[in-house]
Design a protein around this ligand. Structure first.
Ligand SMILES: [Zn+2]
Ligand SMILES: [Zn+2]
Length: 238
């Protein structure tokens, strides 16, 4: 009821086409929603989730065969391109926190499709770097992880992990340099929250997966049985 009154006084406009949204409680209209680049769920690497056009079913991609990531499985809702890129960046960099319900819908749909939700023991957000917290004052992954866990009926341990040290920015580094750059930059604060459990790490954007892999390695050192990674968007590799 409150939502209806609010929509009447303050109509939601679609952030993509600027027309009023036709979906109750959501901002992106159905037309723009249908055009968003969702990641395929078939023909993807069973570890990193990357798609290979010519293949179907599940397989292990050449990158994962050469350098097996420390996480057991990763999957993303959207491809980080076009309007999806704008939406994710608006949420991440420009404080458009009202986009959360739209984004969590997509994250939830993907998580239910790609992971066995009943096997997940703990949801943890990717912790923000010190610089990010200083710059923006909030951790968008924290918002996503909490909202996702609530919808899935799972516990979310917000401070299970923390960042230590000051790695260089990953942008511009090649894959080997990225892997080197993040070694030893995570610490598990609360091992009892992850020990012997399947941990779902929630992050916004996955690029090469080296940060997620290092995060997973640390969780496993602390006793996590399996680490799965759910990300909102996947950046195309260069
Ligand atoms: Zn629209
Ligand atoms: Zn792979």
């Amino acid at each position: 009821m409150l939502g209806l009154i609010r929509d009447f006084i303050w109509p939601r406009t679609c952030p993509v086409c600027s027309r009023p949204s036709d979906r109750p409680g959501r901002h992106v209209c159905s037309e723009c929603l249908n055009r968003l680049p969702f990641c395929p769920t078939d023909g993807v690497c069973r570890c990193c989730g990357r798609a290979a056009e010519a293949l179907s079913g599940e397989f292990l991609c050449t990158d994962c065969r050469a350098h097996r990531p420390s996480f057991d499985r990763a999957a993303s809702a959207l491809q980080f391109s076009g309007d999806a890129r704008e939406l994710v960046n608006a949420f991440k960099f420009r404080n458009r926190l009202w986009l959360r319900d739209d984004l969590v819908d997509w994250l939830e749909g993907m998580t239910r499709a790609r992971f066995r939700v009943d096997e997940i023991g703990t949801v943890v957000p990717m912790p923000a770097t010190l610089w990010h917290r200083f710059d923006r004052g909030y951790n968008q992954c924290d918002y996503l992880a909490r909202a996702l866990a609530r919808r899935l009926g799972l516990p979310c341990v917000r401070r299970a992990l923390r960042r230590i040290g000051h790695p260089k920015r990953q942008g511009g580094l090649d894959e080997d340099a990225r892997r080197e750059n993040v070694i030893g930059t995570f610490a598990v604060r609360d091992p009892s929250a992850v020990r012997d459990r399947t941990v779902l790490v929630v992050d916004d954007i996955m690029t090469t997966g080296s940060t997620l892999s290092e995060c997973a390695a640390e969780l496993k050192r602390a006793g996590a049985a399996r680490v799965w990674c759910a990300t909102l968007a996947r950046s195309l590799r260069t």
